[in-house]
Design a binder for this molecule. Structure first.
Ligand code: FES
Length: 105
């Protein structure tokens, strides 16, 4: 169900809306939530792909232990998105394998 919203209306109060950039595309998020939570709420399940087989991985433990949620954030690879709060204008990219450092210009 990639791309389907995962929000239960009326149950959780979200912070003010902000915008992040995910793989070059603008995406809505809310202050106070993690990158992984924002992407999950937007219906995105795949956050990285494995090094050898390119298999999809996504949010698993949600507490910073498994590293399945790592993405490249603002050019820095290997960021655990379940432990990283969103910030307006943040640039997030799907990470392939161990990723690569990217210098923002
Ligand atoms: S989901 Fe396990 S470290 Fe983020």
């Amino acid at each position: 169900m990639e791309g389907q919203p995962r929000v239960v209306p009326g149950v959780v109060t979200r912070g003010p809306a902000i915008e992040i950039v995910v793989d070059g595309n603008p995406a809505k998020a809310h202050e106070g939530e993690s990158v992984a939570a924002a992407l999950l709420a937007a219906g995105r399940r795949t956050l990285r792909t494995t090094d050898r087989r390119g298999e999809p991985r996504g949010l698993y433990c949600g507490i910073g232990v498994c590293f399945d949620c790592v993405m490249t954030v603002d050019g820095r690879p290997g960021v655990r998105t379940c432990q990283t709060p969103v910030r307006d204008g943040m640039r997030v990219e799907t990470q392939a394998g161990t990723g690569a450092w990217r210098v923002e210009t």
